[in-house]
Design a protein around this ligand. Structure first.
Ligand SMILES: Cc1cc2nc3c(=O)[nH]c(=O)nc-3n(C[C@H](O)[C@H](O)[C@H](O)COP(=O)(O)O)c2cc1C
Length: 160
């Protein structure tokens, strides 16, 4: 047993395997986005999901101003894209790494395993993060593409 501190907390919660998403929006300066894994389904009636944004993220103010965001579920093979969107490169540089189209007013990335477009309904404070709650406007899933997985700080793919 270890005392709770940020490192042991990350080690423990890191054992919970997640998908990897790029959350996108059209901000005042054009498309913006970041890599996330703190994403969850929230409600079926109405359809809601949540994303936890680091308060230091540059995408958070862009989401606040646009009132919309897209959750792009990355596919196996899009690991490099996860790295690019996790960086502090300029948003234009991030979007040079992948083509996108607009769906329901949000940028949707080519080659993703699925996307969910949302209208921002609420921002809730949560420590050094802000929980963004979105009402689902539209979705698309590409069942032929396997998802990218993240566990213990490593990108993984599902065993065949
Ligand atoms: C696998 C992975 C998961 C991440 N999950 C989140 C997350 O859920 N929320 C968040 O705010 N940042 C998350 N990050 C960190 C952001 O991607 C990173 O801070 C990024 O530089 C923010 O970009 P921005 O400042 O352009 O918005 C994650 C990074 C990685 C590599």
């Amino acid at each position: 047993m270890s005392a709770a501190d940020p490192r042991t907390f990350r080690d423990a919660i890191g054992r919970f395997p997640t998908g990897v998403c790029v959350v996108t929006t059209f901000g005042p300066d054009g498309p913006a986005g970041l890599t996330t894994n703190a994403v969850s389904s929230l409600s079926l009636d109405p359809l809601l999901l949540l994303v936890c944004f680091d308060n230091g993220s540059r995408t958070l103010p862009a989401v606040r101003s646009s009132g919309r965001f897209g959750v792009n579920v990355l596919a196996a093979g899009q690991e490099e894209l996860a790295r690019v969107f996790a960086s502090k490169a300029m948003a234009a540089e991030k979007f040079a790494a992948v083509t996108h189209v607009e769906e329901h007013g949000v940028p949707v990335l080519d080659g993703a395993a699925a996307w969910i477009a949302c209208s921002l309904t609420e921002l809730v404070a949560g420590g050094d993060h802000t929980i963004g709650i979105g009402a689902v406007l539209g979705t698309h899933s590409a069942p032929e593409r396997e998802p990218l997985v993240f566990e213990s700080g490593r990108y993984r793919v599902l065993a065949p």
